[in-house]
Design a protein around this ligand. Structure first.
Ligand code: ARG
Length: 475
């Protein structure tokens, strides 16, 4: 650190910090992205100082002007951190002193610590990012809704254990990937209640002596309230960890969608053709067209979930209050955000542009004895106890397996030979259309229920879109 650097500490030290310490300690290469929330915090703090009688009106307006100039210089890239700046706070203090002069600029730090500053900044930053990520997630929901509409009432094999289970509407299956994303956005919305509590005004840990009003600063920065406990406010990062976990859950849901697309895109399944714009080739095999977007979606989930785990590990075992370990929350959470930033538009594009092969799905839907449950339930409707009905339907499957045919290919005689209760009208349920139509409880695969579901999904996502586009604070 050079002699004329603007360190925020050093009065009690006689020597210079070792280069190795400075190298280890420096965080500007990742925390610079907090510059705009840091400056917004400084403006609110200046107003709180004025309110407490610690800045005159003319000083306050000169301070706000200098901070505004600093903000423009940061945005335009005129002002950047220097290697001697320990962190974003130090760099911006230097910037302020250069613009406001050391007499006025030197007054801003009164009553605040980097401990309450950083705790507030990460929450304000994440509250803004949460809404942006929510919008990108909603674009994926929108892409799924588009495909669900395109699919109409087309039918596909529904699977459990990856085996044919029961026929379902393609739209029903697709929307099953949208609801978990909607729930993750709702989780962000709920998380925002806890993130809306400002740690500012807590000082280093015990509060401030200068009569600054934490609630005033909180309101200035768009928070709902200020913290009830200044030690908790500066020491905890559970709300940061919660954000990371919610993002981890969202990434896991996306990963399952991606895995299905990888499988659907194989020659064996042949359910979808991915658009050239969202496929890649092979450097050696000229025929190849690979689903790399889906694979990266699946693969990057490991990193995103790992980020949540690394924050929890960092927190575990930390004594109160602030410890420098807490600085380690930033890189993982920034990596999550950057990862979703590139991933979500690619997934939305891949889903919107993929061509779905409805005929192929329709053709496979009745295969694998997927109508066996329908035979059993038909028997139940005609008075047979389910235990027996299950046995009888199982016997039908056994006969088909021996002959190498499907259930619908059994003759009336075959049915009555298996059990006299299987009259020819059992055929009514042996079509995939009849099968899906019969499942008409709420959430079921009957066409009118799937229509209802789509309307609910549309309503829900437009409500969430409103939340996601709300402004948290004017920076
Ligand atoms: N860069 C630090 C962090 O991210 C800021 C707070 C530093 N406070 C301190 N007392 N050294 O947590």
């Amino acid at each position: 650190m050079t002699k004329d650097s603007v360190a925020l500490w050093g009065g009690r030290f006689s020597g210079e910090p070792a280069d190795a310490l400075a190298e280890l300690s420096r965080s500007t290469h990742f925390d610079w992205r907090l510059a705009s929330v840091d400056i917004a915090g400084s403006k609110a703090h200046a107003r709180a100082l004025a309110k407490a009688g610690l800045l005159r009106d003319d000083e306050l307006s000169a301070m706000i002007d200098a901070l505004e100039v600093l903000k423009c210089d940061v945005t335009s890239g005129v002002f950047v951190p220097s290697p001697d700046d320990e962190d974003v706070h130090t760099a911006l203090e230097r910037g302020l002193l250069e613009r406001a002069g050391s007499q006025l600029g030197g007054k801003l730090r009164a009553g605040r610590s980097r401990n309450d500053q950083i705790a507030m900044e990460i929450l304000l930053y994440l509250r803004i990012e949460a809404r942006r990520i929510a919008s990108l997630l909603l674009d994926v929901v929108q892409a799924i809704l588009y495909q669900a509409k395109q699919a109409g009432y087309a039918i596909m094999p529904g699977r459990t254990h990856l085996q044919h289970a029961q026929p379902v509407l393609v739209a029903h299956h697709l929307m099953a990937h949208a609801w978990p994303l909607v729930r993750s956005i709702e989780r962000l919305q709920d998380w925002d209640k806890r993130a809306g509590i400002s740690p500012y005004g807590s000082g280093a840990l015990a509060g401030n002596t200068l009569g600054l009003e934490p609630q005033f600063v909180a309101k200035e920065l768009g928070f709902v309230d200020s913290a009830n406990n200044s030690i908790d406010a500066t020491a905890s990062r559970d709300v940061v960890a919660e954000f990371a976990c919610v993002i981890g859950i969202a990434a896991t849901s996306l990963s399952r969608l991606c895995e299905e697309i990888v499988v659907w895109n194989t020659k064996e399944f042949d359910y979808v053709t991915l658009d050239d714009a969202y496929s890649t080739g092979s450097s050696i095999m000229p025929q190849k067209k690979n689903p790399d977007v889906a694979e990266l979606g699946r693969g990057k989930t490991g990193r995103v979930v790992g980020a949540a785990v690394s924050i929890l590990m960092m927190l575990k075992g930390l004594p109160l209050a602030y410890n420098r370990d807490l600085q380690e929350d930033k890189e993982p959470i920034f990596d999550q955000i950057d990862t979703l930033d590139v991933l979500l538009p690619a997934i939305a594009g891949m889903v919107t542009t993929m061509v779905v092969h409805y005929e192929r799905m329709q053709e496979l839907a009745p295969q694998g004895f997927s109508l066996a449950t329908d035979i059993a339930e038909w028997l139940v409707k005609h008075g047979t106890p389910f235990r027996e009905a299950h046995e009888i339907a199982g016997a039908c499957v056994r006969v088909c397996e021996q002959r190498g045919c499907e259930l619908s290919e059994l003759s009336d005689n075959d049915f009555s030979a298996i059990d006299a209760r299987l009259t020819s009208s059992v055929r009514e349920v042996l079509t995939i259309e009849g099968s899906v139509r019969a499942r008409d409880g709420k959430g079921g695969t009957a066409p009118h229920q799937v229509d209802n579901q789509r309307r609910l999904l549309e309503q829900q996502s437009s409500l969430l879109r409103k939340w996601a586009t709300q402004e948290v604070a004017v920076l």
